[in-house]
Ligand binder design. Structure first.
Ligand code: NAP
Length: 340
């Protein structure tokens, strides 16, 4: 019988350039061991900002041994099960969330690490883990209360559009920041934003100073640099600035060096704070967050936006990453492997 081949996108050397760092290879697919399942991927989620840190060799908690399959999240269908597997059978939809597993066509997964999904769709993949980060950033860091004013950067992104809807559901006044008319239109259609700031046509600093001076209770920032500075300067008394990402810092080889008073100068008298969120530090809370999101989605109370640009096959991971790094994405960027 012809062996089943697994096409993979792997890191083979460290470089900040995707095409220098990675190659595509083929390896034979093994049979699952007693406690494993074999999953054929249908969709994989692209996390280009994180990936670039990984293939640059800059993620301190991951040991990247070459060749290293990268990518974090995937959803697919079980095609084989080990003898001792009890929770899954062939044909089941399964999601996986683990650094170093997603950018390939097949994956052997320990039963304990496999997540039962209602279906193998791009929408459920967006909810886990991107949506999970939104839930946990709110619950673990923001201490959000109804009636508070919340500002969100990259609000039309995979993370941002879910964050905006969840904050609205909590009864907050939501200010959503995005770059471009298409993104602003998408946010408008979600009906969860009280103010949308498209920084291609308005200055974020001017709008926040004019309309929300000193009145931001919670800011979620995934961009950094001047976005962070602007949000920090407009925090309310007891305001919380939650750093979820630093995309603009990571676009350069090192963090920008700034010479100015320490951060507490601007927040001490307000009793305000800067907090950082990191998804993998809340593993014990992932399942509860997923359950919450899946229920909201199934009840029609949460919209999930997947970017409509088509990326098909392992070869298209490079193009999907480039697209995301250029700031073009609207919703979650996904690569489709369903016909591969
Ligand atoms: N800490 C955690 O545990 C955690 C978990 C999930 C995600 N994140 C981070 O959160 C951010 C959003 O993640 P996502 O997966 O939902 O992706 P995403 O929202 O699609 O992020 C891309 C968006 O960020 C904005 N952006 C601004 N400057 C950018 C730059 N230099 N490079 C790329 N994008 C830039 C752009 O939107 P605008 O044009 O609208 O500004 C772009 O469309 C990423 O930085 C990611 O690393 C962190």
């Amino acid at each position: 019988m012809t062996p089943l081949l697994n096409k993979r996108c792997v890191i083979n050397s460290f470089s900040r350039n995707f095409s220098e760092a990675t190659t595509i290879d083929h390896v034979e697919v093994s049979e699952p061991t007693a406690q494993q399942i074999l999953v054929k991927h249908r969709y994989i989620g692209i996390n280009a900002v994180y990936d670039r840190e990984l293939y640059s060799g800059a993620v301190p908690y991951i040991n990247v041994a070459f060749p290293f399959v990268f990518g974090v999240e995937a959803v697919g269908i079980v095609t084989a099960v080990g003898d001792e597997v009890s929770r899954f059978q062939i044909g089941d939809a399964v999601g996986t969330v683990k650094v170093g597993t997603a950018y390939q066509e097949y994956q052997l997964v320990a039963e304990a690490d496999a997540i039962a999904f209602p279906e193998a769709s791009a929408e459920y993949l967006t909810l886990s883990p991107t949506g999970v980060s939104a839930v946990l950033a709110i619950e673990k860091q923001a201490e959000l209360s109804a009636g508070e004013t919340v500002v969100i950067s990259a609000a039309a992104g995979g993370l941002g559009h879910i964050l905006a809807q969840l904050c609205h559901r909590k009864g907050c006044h939501v200010v959503a920041i995005c770059g471009g008319a298409q993104k602003a239109e998408m946010l408008k259609r979600l009906s969860c934003c009280d103010r949308i700031i498209d920084y291609h046509s308005e200055s974020v600093a001017e709008v926040l100073a004019a309309e929300y001076a000193g009145g931001i209770d919670v800011a979620f920032d995934s961009v950094g640099r001047s976005m962070f500075d602007t949000m920090l300067s407009q925090l309310a008394d007891r305001g919380r600035l939650v750093v979820i990402g630093v995309a603009s810092e990571l676009a350069d080889e090192q963090f920008e060096r700034v010479t100015q008073p320490r951060v507490y100068e601007s927040i001490y008298w307000k009793g305000a704070s800067v907090r950082c969120f990191m998804n993998h530090l809340y593993k014990d809370d992932h399942q509860a967050a997923r359950d919450q999101l899946f229920s909201l989605y199934q009840e029609g109370q949460l919209q999930v936006k997947v970017d409509q640009t088509s990326f098909v096959g392992i070869e298209s991971i490079a193009a999907a990453s480039k697209y995301l790094l250029e700031g073009k994405s609207c919703g979650k960027v996904i690569v489709d492997l369903s016909n591969c």
